[in-house]
Ligand binder design. Sequence first.
Ligand SMILES: Nc1ncnc2c1ncn2[C@@H]1O[C@H](COP(=O)(O)OP(=O)(O)OP(=O)(O)O)[C@@H](O)[C@H]1O
Length: 264
Amino acid sequence: MISIQQVTKMYGPKFAVDQLSMEIAQGEHLALLGASGSGKTTLLRMINRLIEPTCGTITINGEDLTTQPAHLLRRDIGFVLQANSLFPHYTVEENISVVPNLLKWDQQKTQARVTELLDKVHLPAAYRNRYPHQLSGGEGQRVNLARALAANPPVLLMDEPFSALDNITRTAIRQLFKELEELKSKTIIMVTHDVQEAFEMGDSIALLQNGKLLQKGKPADLLYHPANEAVKEFLAGSYLSLALAATPAEEIWQWLADKNNKRS
Ligand SMILES: Nc1ncnc2c1ncn2[C@@H]1O[C@H](COP(=O)(O)OP(=O)(O)OP(=O)(O)O)[C@@H](O)[C@H]1O
């Protein structure tokens, strides 16, 4: 479990994150949602200590992050960035092998893991010898995911992982993320400014504004039980499509059936 307690990050006089507290359960898939500048990336990067909080504490399974060296912490936390974040002079295989090599896995084990991961992200095995510039945006993002998963970290952080992709590719990659068995048991925190994406990908959503947490809950909670006017306003523009995304199909059928019964 990840516990964020009263965490603040200041840049000069500005609060990027402002006394924010929340808990993220093991296996939770959380979408960090908010407008540009609301503090999403800053919060995400404090979880793997790429950014240090000004004050407050973050613990993983009860252990304060600051008690272990940052580079050791990051081995247990996969990080998926936007497209184009692969090492340009490394082949696909070398990119995916970065963490296994740091962990000094033997070569055979690493090669087998690369083969397995290429298959899981639906890339041909021969792609292992390609360089990032020889990949499309969607293929690059599949390799990014494979790299983050290589040493099977229990926690995965993702910063706008789909934002640089065109619509069709984005839909395909989101589908892959949703179907991939290896991701299901992991704790995932994904930054997005796209409301639809948060509702589609998150089994919970934390909505941020000006560095503060407005509400954290299941998508349907935010929609049907907004904690305040700001949450209501943020979601208002896409209410109908979100209602469809947040409501299981069987409930919609039931609702339609009830309506029909009332009419007759
Ligand atoms: N290194 C920095 N120095 C100064 N201010 C910063 C720095 N990094 C972030 N900020 C400020 O902190 C606030 C939060 O930034 P952050 O990048 O966390 O927001 P965000 O919600 O991820 O935005 P976006 O969706 O645009 O990436 C912003 O006002 C930003 O300008």
